[in-house]
Design a protein around this ligand. Structure first.
Ligand code: NAD
Length: 686
C-alpha cells in the first residue's frame, strides 16, 4: 500500500483511509493505494465489509487537475470503481468536508454513502470543460433520475448533506462520529452488495428531460461540455451500463485535451495563484471586526452587505441623512428580497441587519478597525475625506479607498500614515462580484496589504494584487479596449457590429452596450478632467463626446449608442439612425473613408488592445503575473472564461505571431499608440 492510503481494522470491517493532504485529491498514488487496499479486502476472509474514508478535513474534494493535461497514469479511476464493484464485499463511503468530482464518482461506486452534516457533494467537471469520466453520468441518474442528474452535472452544483439526503444522494446523515456510523452501516449490509450499476434508471418523463436540458444549455451558454453531459446522462437511460460507461469515458478523454478544458484549467490555477503573495510570508494581518463604510451609495451599500454576510460589525457613515437612509433602505430591501426568494431564513437576515448601524456622526470613526471609503469619484472629495479619517481613526486602523481610477498615493499623501492606506477596488454589485483588486500604494505596509488579502478571504472574494496606476489592472485594460473599439467606429464599423462581433467571441456584452448600461457621463467627465494633460498629437475619437453633448448618456436617458424602449430590458437595444449620423460625421470630419470591418478584424483588434495594455502593465510591474490579468478580465469584465483570459489567448498565438500582431495594431491605431513588450507574457511565467 502507498503512503497515501492505509488500511485499519475495526473487527471485521476494513477502514480504507485516504490520506493525501490538503484536500485528499485523487491522484495516481491514491488510486494505486485504493486498489491495493481493495485487494486485501477481497482476499482476507476475516474482513466482511469496508468503509472508505478521508483523513483530515475532507473526503476526496476533487482530482489532481494537473493530471488532466497529460496522458493519464494507470490505474485510472474507473479501474478503482470496478474493483469496488467486483470485490464481493460491501463498501461504504464515509463522507465529510467535500466529495466532489472523482471523489463523488468514487462514492457512487460504493454500496452506500454516509455523510457528516455539512458535507457537500457534486460533480463540477462541466465547469472545467469536461464531463465526469468515471461513471458519474451513468450512476447518478440511477440514483436520482435523468432530469435531476442533468441539472446536477451541468451546473456543477455543490449539494449540502441535508439536500443530498432528501434527494437520495446519500443514505444516511451521521450526526455523531462519522467513522462509527459508517462502520455500523457497513455491518448492517450483512455482506450484501448494493451496486448502482445493477439498478435501472427510473423511466424519465420526456417533458422534464427537455425542460432540464433547456435550462442547463441556457445557463451553460451552450458550451460543448454541457451538451456532452446532457447526452451522456440521457444515454444512461438507453444503453446497457457498460456501454454507457465506455461512451462516457471516450467523451471525457476527448474533452479533457480540448483547448476549452485547457483554458478552464488555466483559469482554475490562475484564480488559486492570484491570492498567493510569497513576499507576505510570515506577515500577520491586522485583526478586523469593526468595518466602517463611508458613503452609502451603490458601492458603499454593496460593500456593507458583503461585510455583513461575512459577520463583520458594519457602520455606514454618510454626509447627509437622506443619502444615509437610502443606503440603509437598499440594504434592508436586499435582505428582504433574499428572504422572499427563499434564499435566506428570516432569522439569518435579522441577524445580519442587527450587525449594521448607520450614522452621520463622524466620531464613530474611532472604533473602526477598517475604514472603507466609497464616496464620489473625485480626488478633492476623497482627499478631504481622508484628512478627516486621518484625524479621527485610531492608530493601527487600516484605511481603504474604493476608487476606480484615482491615484491612491495622492489620496494616501494627505494623511500622516500613508503606510496604512490601501485600495480595495470592489466591483458592482459589490456583494455579488467575486473580484477584488487590492491596490498596493507606494507606501502601503506589508501588514496592511496582508489585511486586505485576509479581508478578501473572509468575504469569499477573489483578490488580485495590483500596484497603484490609473485604472489599476482592469479599468486600464478595459479603457484601452474601449478606445480601440471607438477607433473602429471611426474607421467604418457601427456599434451594433462591434458589439455583435465581441458577443460572438463570447463577451457577456459588447463594449457599447456596456457603456450605455454604465452611463456615458462618467467617462465623459473623466475625459474632461484629463483634457489638459492629453497628448494633442494622439488619436482622439470625438464620437462619445458628441453623444453626451446630444444628451445621450446611455440607458438611463433612454438613448446612448443605442435607443432603448422604456420596458424592453437589456436586450431591448435598437439601432438608431441618429447615432449613425454622428459616427459618419465624425469620420468625415477626419477625412476618413469608411470601410467595412470584418468580424475577425474587430475581434482581433479588440483582443490585441487588451494584450498590449497588459504587456505594458506587466512591464511597469502594476500586474504581477500574466495569469492575474486573466483573472481580472474574466471575473470583472465579461471576458469568456472558456477562452482562458486575454493572455491565455495571446500566449496560444505564439511569440512571433504576437510580435507582428502588435506591429499591425500599432499601425491601425495611429498616433499615441504605446507598444507593450510581449516578452513579459512569457518571462513572468504565464
Ligand atoms: P454613489 O454616487 O452611488 O455613492 C456615493 C455616496 O457617497 C453618496 O451616497 C454620497 O452622499 C456619499 N458621499 C459623497 N461625499 C461624501 C462625503 N464627503 N462624506 C460622506 N459621504 C459622501 O457612487 P458609487 O457608484 O457608489 O461610487 C463610489 C465609489 O466607488 C467611487 O469612487 C467609484 O469610482 C467607486 N466604484 C464604483 C463602481 C460602480 O460600478 N458604481 C465600481 C467600482 C468602484
Amino acid at each position: 500500500m502507498t503512503t497515501r492510503v492505509h488500511l485499519e481494522r475495526d473487527g471485521d470491517v476494513a477502514l480504507i483511509v485516504i490520506d493525501n493532504p490538503p484536500i485528499n485529491a485523487g491522484s495516481a498514488q491514491v488510486r494505486r493505494g485504493l486498489l491495493a487496499a481493495l485487494d486485501t479486502l477481497r482476499r482476507d476472509a476475516s474482513l466482511h465489509a469496508a468503509v472508505l474514508i478521508g483523513a483530515g478535513n475532507t473526503f476526496i474534494a476533487g482530482s489532481d487537475l494537473r493530471e488532466f493535461g497529460q496522458p493519464l497514469e494507470e490505474p485510472q479511476l474507473p479501474d478503482v470503481i470496478a474493483a469496488i464493484e467486483n470485490c464481493g464485499k460491501p463498501v461504504v463511503a464515509a463522507l465529510h468536508g467535500a466529495a466532489l468530482g472523482g471523489g463523488f464518482e468514487l462514492a457512487l461506486g460504493c454500496d452506500a454513502r454516509v455523510a457528516s452534516p455539512g458535507t457537500v457533494v457534486g460533480l463540477p467537471e462541466v465547469t472545467l470543460g469536461i464531463i465526469p469520466g468515471a461513471g458519474g453520468t451513468q450512476r447518478l441518474p440511477r440514483l436520482v433520475g435523468v432530469p435531476r442528474a442533468i441539472q446536477m452535472v451541468c451546473s456543477g452544483e455543490r449539494v449540502p448533506s441535508g439536500q443530498a439526503l432528501a434527494w437520495g444522494l446519500i443514505d444516511q446523515e451521521a450526526v455523531g462520529d462519522l467513522r462509527a456510523a459508517a462502520v455500523a452501516h457497513a455491518r448492517d449490509l450483512r455482506g450484501a452488495k448494493s451496486r448502482l450499476r445493477d439498478r435501472s434508471v427510473p423511466t424519465p418523463d420526456a417533458d422534464a428531460v427537455v425542460a432540464a436540458s433547456t435550462v442547463a444549455l441556457k445557463a451553460g451558454k451552450q458550451r460543448p461540455a454541457v451538451r456532452a453531459a446532457i447526452e451522456a446522462v440521457i444515454s444512461a437511460s438507453r444503453l446497457p451500463i457498460d456501454q454507457g460507461l465506455a461512451e462516457e469515458r471516450a467523451v471525457f478523454q476527448q474533452l479533457r485535451i480540448s483547448r476549452e478544458a485547457h483554458a478552464l484549467r488555466h483559469q482554475f490555477f490562475a484564480e488559486r495563484d492570484a491570492a498567493k503573495q510569497p513576499a507576505l510570508a510570515g506577515v500577520a494581518p491586522h485583526s478586523v471586526q469593526r468595518v466602517l463604510v463611508i458613503g452609502a451609495g451603490t458601492m458603499g451599500s454593496g460593500i456593507a452587505i458583503a461585510a455583513l454576510d461575512a459577520s463583520y460589525d458594519v457602520t455606514l457613515l454618510e454626509q447627509d441623512e437622506a443619502a444615509l437612509q437610502r443606503g440603509v433602505t437598499r440594504i434592508r430591501e436586499h435582505y428582504a428580497s433574499r428572504v422572499l426568494a427563499g434564499k435566506m431564513k428570516t432569522s439569518v437576515a435579522a441577524q445580519r441587519e442587527a450587525h449594521l448601524s448607520a450614522t452621520t456622526d463622524w466620531t464613530v470613526m474611532a472604533q473602526a478597525d477598517l475604514v472603507i471609503e466609497a464616496v464620489f469619484e473625485d480626488l478633492a472629495v476623497k482627499q478631504a475625506v481622508f484628512r478627516r479619517i486621518d484625524n479621527m481613526a485610531r492608530q493601527g486602523a487600516v484605511l481603504a479607498s474604493n476608487t476606480s481610477y484615482l491615484d491612491l498615493d495622492a489620496i494616501a499623501q494627505v494623511t500622516q500614515r500613508p503606510q496604512d492606506v490601501i485600495g480595495l477596488h470592489f466591483f458592482s454589485p459589490a456583494n455579488v462580484m467575486r473580484l477584488l483588486e487590492v491596490v498596493r500604494g507606494a507606501a502601503t505596509a506589508p501588514d496592511v496589504l496582508a489585511t486586505g488579502l485576509a479581508l478578501a478571504k473572509r468575504l469569499h472574494k477573489l483578490p488580485v494584487v495590483t500596484a497603484n496606476a490609473f485604472g489599476f489592472i482592469g479599468n486600464r485594460i478595459y479603457s484601452a479596449y474601449r478606445r480601440q473599439c471607438e477607433f473602429m467606429l471611426e474607421e467604418g464599423a457601427y456599434p451594433e457590429q462591434v458589439d455583435a462581433a465581441l458577443e460572438a467571441f463570447g463577451f457577456a456584452m459588447g463594449p457599447f452596450a456596456v457603456a450605455d448600461m454604465s452611463g456615458l457621463d462618467i467617462a465623459w467627465r473623466m475625459r474632461q478632467a484629463q483634457a489638459a494633460r492629453r497628448d494633442p498629437a494622439a488619436r482622439y475619437v470625438h464620437i462619445p463626446d458628441r453623444l453626451c453633448e446630444a444628451g445621450r448618456l446611455g440607458r438611463k436617458t433612454g438613448a446612448g449608442y443605442y435607443l432603448y424602449e422604456a420596458e424592453a430590458g437589456a436586450k431591448g437595444r435598437q439601432t438608431d439612425p441618429a447615432v449613425r449620423e454622428i459616427i459618419d460625421a465624425a469620420s468625415a470630419a477626419k477625412n476618413l473613408t469608411r470601410r467595412a470591418l470584418s468580424v475577425e478584424e474587430i475581434q482581433r483588434r479588440a483582443l490585441l488592445s487588451m494584450v498590449n495594455e497588459a504587456a505594458l502593465l506587466l512591464g511597469e510591474g502594476v500586474a504581477q503575473r500574466p495569469s492575474d490579468v486573466d483573472v481580472v478580465l474574466t471575473n470583472g469584465y465579461g471576458f469568456p472564461r472558456w477562452e482562458g483570459g486575454p493572455l491565455f489567448w495571446a500566449v496560444d498565438r505564439g511569440e512571433q505571431a504576437l510580435q507582428s500582431d502588435l506591429d499591425w495594431l500599432g499601425e491601425v491605431s495611429g498616433p499615441g499608440f504605446v507598444r507593450g513588450d510581449v516578452k513579459h507574457l512569457w518571462t513572468k511565467g504565464n
